[in-house]
Write a protein that binds this ligand. Structure first.
Ligand code: NDP
Length: 476
């Protein structure tokens, strides 16, 4: 036995992860259900490090030093269960099974519990950064036991992205915590992309900017607070030409967005937890709206837009307004995402360090951004921060941006440009800061039609009004 670690499942992600491990000096046992993929990996990249070719799961297990560490990178779902079952039969107590696929954290909790009963560690691990990240350094979010992380952690940290000499990998928390955090990460990614899309739509529709001008604007934004991978690649996509013609690439792409499901999971779970992730939810729904082609076609030309065309006197100021609205909305989306991690940790009994999550997202992953440093600082200073929005830096940012934000949302409405992300974020901001919310009236309605009772601002207890009688108040 000589291999330090094994990877089974050698499609795009597994192959690149195995190469990353080998390049960092780990000897890697490699296996794939269809042997051709294993052979192709070693034939093409065999000189990058030490690969040990394995024909079967049993072979793989035999080749490993103990405690054995096996990373599964197969298709999420039934495939993962099948491979886990084969591995569990072949491994011995103390060995570590890592699932690096995009599993739902509820599945991960089930699998962890089943393997724990068999004496095995199961480490559900979120891996972000796509194909390139897997090869060059992803952001890695492992769950499972602290004991498993002691053995596994140093290997994962060695292949993760590094920012300021800090690896973008840390032990997230027990059982499904890693996959949970990866799920929320993807939800935030959805929100971030939706907001960028709205900024692009506004500048283009209201100001009539060309795609070249827009690419330049995003390039400029990328040198300030908004500096991030997503803003950087927005400039790149906007600057791209149609490979089949003269026009802009973005103009020939069908305007219907796909989704693989992690954004949807985030919203589903947020509903269960009661966390208002309105920014993420609007982003998921905006993708659904874009995909309802028949409805859009039926409405086009039937539903009217504004009768007067909006004119903007000072275009440069509007661009700055949109930038500020984008940043403020983005802060809200992240604040909601971090709230969800906090609520999930409470519900599932995980000890998650929120600042550490911001730290490991600074590199490798799709939402890597400069302002994650600010999030890390905020939670380091005040671990029990009630909301990211009330941290002094972020409060100042949204306060300074709020006038711009209001102008942008108002202009969007007047111009007939949908901004569900900007709008939801601004409404959330206003809801948080308001003295009184209309929830009071809703409580009255609920008491009237269903005797659901209400509480008072000036007395303890619950009360019910005798709505159909003399309108007297009774203690409930
Ligand atoms: P795929 O999701 O396309 O899965 C293909 C791999 O799964 C192949 O190696 C295939 O083997 C194997 N497989 C499928 N079913 C079984 C089974 N029943 N038994 C054994 N092996 C099986 O591969 P990717 O590399 O794209 O992704 C791997 C995992 O990583 C997925 O969970 C994905 O969600 C996740 N992920 C992907 C990212 C991406 O950017 N692609 C980013 C982050 C995570 P065979 O060759 O024999 O068909």
């Amino acid at each position: 036995a000589q291999a330090d670690i094994a990877v089974t499942g050698l499609a795009t992600m597994g192959r690149n992860l195995a190469r990353n491990l080998a390049r960092h000096g780990h000897s890697v046992a490699v296996h794939n259900r269809t042997k051709a993929r294993t052979d192709a990996l070693v034939a093409t990249y065999g000189d990058e490090g030490t690969f040990i070719v394995c024909d079967s799961i049993e072979d793989l297990v035999r080749s490993l030093k103990r405690p054995r560490k096996v990373i599964i990178m197969v298709q999420a779902g039934a495939g993962t269960d099948e491979v886990i079952e084969q591995l569990a039969d072949a491994l011995e107590p103390g060995d570590i099974v890592v699932d690096g696929g995009n599993a739902h954290f509820i599945d991960t909790r089930r699998r962890e519990s089943a393997l724990r009963e068999r004496g095995l560690h199961f480490v559900g691990t979120g891996i972000s950064g796509g194909e390139e990240g897997a090869l060059l350094g992803p952001s890695i979010m492992p769950g499972g036991t602290a004991e498993a992380y002691q053995t596994l952690g140093p290997i994962l940290e060695s292949i993760a992205a590094q920012v300021d000499d800090t690896p973008c990998c840390t032990h997230v928390g027990a059982d499904g915590a890693g996959h949970f955090v990866k799920m929320v990460h993807n939800g935030i990614e959805y929100a971030d992309m939706q907001l960028i899309g709205e900024a692009y739509d506004l500048l283009r529709t209201v100001l009539g900017k060309s795609t070249e001008e827009l690419a330049e604007i995003f390039r400029t934004w990328n040198s300030g607070d908004l500096e991030s991978f997503l803003i950087e690649i927005t400039a790149e996509v906007l600057a791209a030409k149609d490979p089949r013609g003269e026009g802009a690439f973005v103009d020939v792409v069908l305007d219907q967005t796909e989704q693989k499901g992690t954004g949807r999971w985030t919203v589903q779970i947020a509903l269960d937890l009661g966390t208002p992730v309105s920014g993420i939810a609007e982003a998921v729904f905006a993708r659904s709206v874009s995909g309802h082609a028949e409805q859009r076609q039926a409405a086009n030309g039937v539903l009217e837009g504004p009768s007067t065309k909006i004119t903007i006197d000072k275009p440069e100021e509007f661009v700055e307004d949109v930038r500020r609205a984008l940043y403020a909305s983005k802060v809200v989306a992240y604040a909601q995402g971090f709230d969800m991690i906090r609520d999930g940790a409470e519900a599932y009994d995980w000890d998650i360090d929120l600042g550490a999550m911001a730290t490991i997202w600074r590199g490798g992953c799709i939402i890597r951004a400069r302002f994650l440093d600010r999030i890390r600082e905020a939670y380091e200073k005040t671990p029990d921060l009630p909301s990211l929005l009330v941290d002094p830096y972020f409060a100042r940012t949204v306060n300074e941006g709020q006038e711009s934000w209001r102008r942008v949302v108002a202009t969007a409405a007047a111009a007939g440009v949908p901004v569900p992300g900007f709008g939801a974020a601004l409404s959330y901001y206003d809801a948080l800061r308001r003295d009184r919310l209309p929830a009071a009236l809703l409580q009255g309605l609920r008491d009237l039609f269903g005797a659901h009772t209400y509480r008072r601002t000036d007395a303890e207890g619950s009360f019910h009004l005798d709505w159909s009688g003399d309108k007297s108040e009774q203690e409930a």
